[in-house]
Design a protein around this ligand. Structure first.
Ligand code: BES
Ligand code: ZN
Length: 840
């Protein structure tokens, strides 16, 4: 494997002149780039990838060069050191990998069209122009862009266009920035514009395949997010504009290119009149995330990729801080508690998981850094923990100083802890090191022993795990003052339990607010005390009890059978976070019963008991003026009704479907997926199925498309599922960027599992060729591990994936997923009898 050499050490660019001439019709481009900078050695290397380099000259004189494709470097002999101008002429191909410069394909009124855009993070700028493609190599960029332009087309870049001459679009010079944040795009677009209070132009752009009103929601959120960040960071947005552009083909979710943020269509565009509240929340947080990066990531950038967490964890926290400020009634932190928190707790409990901060020694390891549950979810939770420790005033003060000290430059994790720690008067680096550098997290045992109330910490594993004696500096947030603020020992004795209980007058609890990254196991005495007084707990507190119980059950530290009565205790709650926990837990019971057995009937009965009253209370569709809690709870209840074959639900949903048959898009979006799913599960015929797949192909409404995917994969008709799988490689039906959702849907369906499982094994090479360069390629394997729970599947999984253990970027995933399936299989084997009798 290629070794990692840091080219910045030999050559420090300060300015790029980039000229590009792109031809969509010939699927290629040519370019000429001049890099002005300081050479500290006479032999330098400049990044490129797959270029046909025709000439290199230094200060106007042609020089010798050689292209080292393995290392993606052009080696140039300068013949001198000091200030130089290196000019490189080259040509290259446009590829369909969604990296570098790439076309997006779409249709308007039956006409095939292309929008060309870029994706340069982590290190794909080198596929567009020669550069020192390292985040530390900040420089100013001047772009001149020519393309096979049609009348009415638009060209966008980080900075405003200053002139068009002889078909060449010239853009203003950027500020000092990293190569991975450079971006441009061109094609036939529509847009909407506004301006922030401070005069920053804000725009939303998309193809003309969309209705103009689909741009409105994003425009409003983008404007108000920028205004929020300018205030919160106490640092102005430094560019003249902030464009948000939706690209039909997009590998990640969204990308924070400075001044030209790019998105998947599903994460930017929505029908304001018929989109579920959940999807609106998601789109808003994605926009806020990328705009948080305009400062944290763009203005100040991690020095090297090992600190990717610094960018991503921070933006992941700030998306919630921002949306909570601009839409307080949404209670957006509840979404953090129901998505990021469980994702982090699940993944981080499997032995072999990476730490948030990871050393990077090889280029392939940069891509393997991307573990959403760790770098995003766990990292954000660490920062939430810090925010809870120091408070918002210190956070803002610290950030302001951090931006002032490092703007237009780079920083490492320690710089952030210094800035925040100074503002708070705390040694944050010391506390955070245990969370950043160590994988995993602790379970805190709270127990009464010899009449003393005690705490002990120990690493928590689901499945097999090697205890290496790790300790964490745990912000305890206990509700008894006698507990320490930070618990860093292995055990602590808090004192005489009866006395403490009397003194405090309430059940003992730790991690109040669920902001610290650990779970709690109370002994029977303490647990009973809490449950007896459960009425007094807040929704988050109750959610936390259920969540910790679930993890302890997954780890066989409590019996899954004991969880069943607790579910019933909380099932009538009107809080969305509690219902989320109830149904996450209830859904986890499905693995203990075989499809088509009496046990499954019993489980369906349990679902019925849990959800009946709620279904009656909420009905199938949302009503005007109902609470956000009701809106967000209904999907769990309808999901239960669908699973337990509730006839009344099925008939009512079928009737709504028939009412909307001529225009399914007009089904109420909050419920649409369940109505379509009911149709596919209980009433589907080949004709209806085909017409829904056709709707999927034709529709441009991203959330409607997701609903169709979720519904169609639920059919019980094996023949239809086989037909679906046969379409997986036809990008006119399923775009590669959306394939994982289809694959996962069919694999989860017992009637389709064999087709999907055979497909991925037979077509692995195709998959690798198509999405192999994608950061999220490995998550195809994670999807499998989340579904498989039998020994036969485990054996098949091992037989297929173990020979691939040496594939760069897959090693960790295969090891962890093997462990995860093994632990699920063992759990099912040892607990199934107890669970089956508990649900009788
Ligand atoms: N910078 C990332 C996208 C990225 C990360 C691209 C690493 C290439 C390598 C962007 O800010 C991001 O985090 N996108 C998320 C969506 C986000 C809202 C959670 C994504 O793409 O999943
Ligand atoms: Zn991000």
């Amino acid at each position: 494997m290629a070794e990692l050499v840091r080219l910045f050490n030999r050559f420090q660019p300060d300015h790029y002149d980039i000229y590009l001439d792109v031809s969509r019709s010939e699927k290629k481009f040519s370019g000429k780039t001049t890099i002005y900078g300081n050479a500290s050695e006479a032999e330098i290397g400049i990044h490129e990838k797959d270029f046909d380099v025709t000439s290199v000259s230094v200060d106007g004189t042609p020089v010798d060069f050689n292209v080292d494709n393995d290392n993606e470097v052009i080696n140039v002999s300068l013949g001198k050191t000091g200030e130089v101008a290196v000019t490189i002429e080259y040509s290259a191909k446009l590829t369909d990998t969604m990296m570098g410069i790439y076309p997006s394909y779409y249709q308007v009124n039956g006409e095939q069209k292309q929008l060309v855009g870029t994706q340069f993070e982590t290190n794909f700028a080198r596929q567009a122009f020669p550069c020192i493609d390292e985040p530390e190599a900040k420089a100013k960029f001047k772009l001149a862009l020519k393309f096979d332009e049609q009348p009415g087309e638009t060209a966008l870049a980080n900075m405003p266009e200053v002139k068009v001459e002889n078909g060449v679009h010239y853009f203003d010079e950027t500020v000092k920035m990293s190569t991975y944040l450079v971006a441009f795009a061109f094609g036939d677009m529509q847009s909407k514009m506004t301006e922030t209070k401070s005069g920053v132009k804000v725009g939303v752009f998309g193809t003309k395949a969309h209705d103009a009103k689909e741009l409105d929601f994003a425009l409003d959120i983008a404007k108000r997010s920028i205004e929020f960040f300018e205030d919160f960071y106490q640092t102005p947005y430094p560019l003249p504009h902030s464009w948000q552009l939706a690209l039909p083909d997009f590998s990640a979710g969204a990308m924070e290119n400075w001044g030209l943020v790019t998105y998947r269509e599903a994460y930017l565009l929505l029908d304001p009149d018929n989109t579920s509240f959940e999807v609106k929340q998601r789109v808003a947080t994605v926009i806020a995330h990328e705009l948080a990066h305009q400062w944290f990531g763009d203005l100040v950038t991690m020095r090297w990729w090992d600190d990717l967490w610094l960018n991503e964890s921070f933006a992941n926290m700030m998306e919630y801080v921002a949306i909570d400020a601009i839409e307080p009634s949404w209670n957006i932190w509840e979404v953090f508690q129901t998505t990021d928190v469980p994702a982090a707790l699940k993944r981080d409990a499997v032995d072999g998981v990476q730490s948030v901060h990871v050393e990077v020694h090889h280029p392939a390891e940069i891509d393997a850094l991307f573990d959403g549950a760790i770098v995003y979810a766990k990292g954000a939770r660490m920062l939430v923990m810090v925010r809870a420790l120091i408070g918002d005033d210190a956070l803002r003060e610290g950030l302001k100083n951090y931006f002032a000290a490092h703007k237009y430059g780079n920083a490492a994790g320690a710089d952030l802890w210094d800035a925040l720690g100074k503002a708070a008067g705390m040694d944050l680096g010391k506390i955070m090191e245990s969370w950043l550098e160590q994988p995993g997290y602790p379970v805190v045992n709270a127990y009464v022993e010899d009449n003393r109330l005690k705490l002990a910490q120990k690493q928590f594993f689901t499945g097999e795990g090697k205890d290496e004696g790790r300790r964490w500096q745990i912000p305890l947030n206990a509700n008894y003052d006698q507990a320490p603020d930070i618990f860093s020992e292995e055990t602590v004795d808090l004192g005489d339990y009866q006395e403490l209980r009397k003194l405090n007058g309430k059940p003992f609890r730790v991690n109040v607010g669920n902001n610290s990254h650990f779970i709690v196991k109370y002994d029977d005495t303490l647990q009973e005390d809490i449950l007896n007084d459960a009425d007094k707990l807040s929704p988050i507190d109750k959610m936390q009890l259920l969540q910790d119980l679930r993890l302890l059950a997954e780890a066989k530290q409590v019996s899954y059978a004991d969880v069943v009565p607790v579910l019933k205790q909380f099932a009538d709650s009107e809080s969305n976070v509690i219902n989320d926990s109830v149904y996450t837990l209830a859904n986890n019971l499905k693995k203990f019963v075989e499809p088509g057995t009496e046990d499954e009937d019993n489980l369906k009965n349990l679902f019925r008991q849990l959800s009946d009253k709620q279904l009656e209370r909420l009905g199938l569709v949302s009503v005007d003026g109902e609470s956000n809690n009701d809106k967000l709870t209904r999907p769990y209840i309808l999901g239960a009704a669908l699973y337990d074959d509730n006839k009344d639900f099925a008939e009512a949903a079928h009737a709504i479907f028939q009412d909307h048959q001529s225009n399914l898009l007009s089904l109420p979006a909050d419920t649409r997926v369940y109505i379509l799913a009911n149709e596919m599960k209980n009433y589907s015929n080949a004709e209806e199925f085909d017409s829904l797949v056709e709707e999927y192909k034709q529709s441009t409404d991203p959330s409607y498309k997701q609903d169709i995917c979720a519904a169609v994969t639920l059919t019980k008709d094996a023949k239809l599922l086989g037909k679906l799988v046969a379409n997986f490689e036809d990008s006119s039906v399923v775009k590669p960027q959306d394939l994982r959702a289809w694959f996962s849907g069919v694999l989860r369906n017992p009637a389709g599992q064999q087709f999907a499982w055979d497909w991925i094994r037979n077509e692995w090479q195709w998959l690798e060729d198509t999405v192999g360069g994608d950061m999220e390629f490995a998550t195809f394997i994670t999807v499998i591990a989340n579904i498989f729970h039998t020994r036969t599947r485990l054996d098949e999984f091992k037989a297929f994936f173990e020979p691939k253990l040496d594939t760069p970027g897959l090693t960790r995933e295969i090891k962890m997923d093997t462990r995860a399936i093994t632990s699920t299989v063992e759990l099912v084997e040892s607990e199934k009898d107890a669970v089956r009798s508990a649900i009788k």
